[in-house]
Design a protein around this ligand. Structure first.
Ligand code: GDP
Length: 451
């Protein structure tokens, strides 16, 4: 999960207010001290932390607050903290997040730049896979003639993601390869052509020289700078250097899967005004998330990321057409549960999907994490395959009064009774959340309005 440690600390700072009979200056200061410490530990720049503290103090007017009920006081402080954390990772308030998007029906040429090891080639493949799933005709070009094996790596990644690619073992001029690759894919009416460049040179000047030559000749629609999020706040200087060398349009921040310094890197880069468009959250090709400040902070604080979840759901080829409609209405049948479990594999690892759901307990998968979760999921599907259509279309309550039916299901699927009971419990838990999420006043509507 992204930055769950920082999220936990922030939540625990906020939770300290729950025991106070009223929120006064002393209580607010104590909470802010814990909050700031957590941010500094995540390598957020001390000046940015200072500004966040001042802003929250300005937003929370203690005099006005004094007459309000303590629950409203708490909500106001929580809201101020949330908003300021969002501002920390997106100071432009969404202006910078009017991000680049490829346009269908024309060739969008994208160039990836970044230092060696930052996750450039991996991110090229992830982006290609992301847009291929959205119906774009996508291809990749490898111009890295510097590092032996670079073309093989891209070839391997592209083959796995079923993305056409271009490169050369004999041509030594990266500019020529870029020109040839782009021309070939333009001729074949590709809509997204991703150029991977070298990130390895003896000097930075040489690296920047090569990047500029390719950019000058190919004239890409966007230059994406890939940054390693584990370097923390020193990301700022790197972002500035690259921006000065080439016209960086957007940023992909990699290795955000649970690294302690990720928050520092994101906030430092956000402060330079370069829009972060995606974050890398793992080594697999589906581990790429569109960066959205509200969704990011919301998820970090265990409040779910409905926008992200809906986007993932929309990419699926759902058999059960009612699924998304049901989610929006706050209805969650057994069939919806089965649909969701069936699709988990293509959505990505269980833990990532879970983190997008508001209120989802972090330890739901139990010891063993994703692998264990996948095994349990298969067993649960076997149980649901033994259900009747009426049972699948029900809200699960039918099993409550029928212990013998539950026993029969367990026998039929060859599962211990306790596992079937757990499945029903899990469904009930999801159904409760979906109920809260859906409907006019539900989470989903509120989040959509907020985002
Ligand atoms: P390049 O030299 O910039 O092209 O970097 P690569 O794409 O070869 O990636 C370097 C290493 O970082 C590889 O081991 C990747 O699997 C790993 N990597 C890339 N992105 C991520 C990410 O988002 N999370 C994690 N954990 N590892 C990543």
């Amino acid at each position: 999960m992204v930055l769950n440690d920082l999220g936990r600390k922030i939540n625990s700072a906020l939770a300290s207010l729950a025991h106070k009979p009223a929120i006064d200056a002393e209580a607010l200061d104590a909470m802010l001290k814990d909050l700031c410490r957590a941010l500094l530990e995540a390598d957020v720049n001390v000046k940015l932390v200072g500004a966040l503290r001042t802003n929250i103090k300005n937003l929370v007017n203690l005099d006005e607050l004094a007459s309000a009920p303590v629950a409203s006081q708490r909500r106001l402080v929580q809201r101020a903290v949330f908003d300021e954390l969002v501002r920390l990772v997106d100071p432009s308030g969404g202006a910078a997040t009017d991000r680049w998007q490829p346009v269908k029906g024309k060739p969008n040429v994208i160039m990836f730049v970044g230092l060696q090891g930052s996750g450039k080639t991996t991110s090229c493949t992830k982006l290609a896979y992301y847009y291929a799933k959205k119906g774009f005709k996508t291809a990749m070009v490898c111009t890295d003639t510097f590092r032996a094996g670079a073309f093989d790596q891209l070839k391997q990644n592209a083959t796995k993601a079923k993305i056409p690619y271009y490169g050369s073992y004999t041509e030594t001029d990266p500019v020529q390869i870029a020109v040839d690759g782009v021309a070939r894919f333009k001729k074949d009416k590709f809509e997204l052509i991703i150029i991977d460049t070298s990130g390895c040179h003896v000097t930075e000047a040489e690296l920047f020289g090569e990047m500029t030559s390719i950019a000058d000749v190919v004239q890409p629609d966007n230059i994406i700078f890939v940054m390693d999020g584990t370097i923390g706040q020193s990301a700022e200087i790197q972002a500035r250097n690259f921006k000065n060398a080439v016209n960086v349009g957007s940023i992909v921040m990699t290795k955000m899967d649970g690294h302690a310094k990720g928050g520092g890197a994101i906030s430092a880069v956000a402060a330079t005004g370069s829009p972060i468009i995606f974050i890398g959250t793992g080594e697999h090709m589906q581990d790429l998330e569109r960066f959205d400040a509200r969704g990011f902070i919301s998820k970090m604080m265990g409040m779910g990321d409905i926008g992200g979840l809906v986007e993932k759901l929309q990419d699926l080829k759902l058999e059960n057409k009612d699924f998304i409609k049901h989610m929006e209405q706050g209805v969650y049948t057994m069939r919806d549960f089965r649909e969701q479990l069936t699709n988990m594999m293509s959505l990505g690892p269980m833990s990532k999907i879970m983190s997008m759901m508001p209120g989802m307990p972090a330890d739901l998968l139990g010891a063993g994490g994703d692998e264990m979760g996948t095994k349990r999921m298969r067993k649960m599907l076997a149980v649901m395959d033994s259900m009747t259509d009426a049972e699948l279309d029900s809200d699960g309550q039918v099993f409550k009064d029928q212990p013998t039916r539950v026993e029969r299901l367990a026998r039929g699927a060859g599962s211990p009774l306790v596992e079937v009971q757990m499945l029903l419990q899990m469904h009930a838990q999801f159904a409760g959340m979906v109920k809260k999420m859906g409907g006019k006043n539900g989470w989903m509507t509120q989040m959509k309005q907020m985002q």
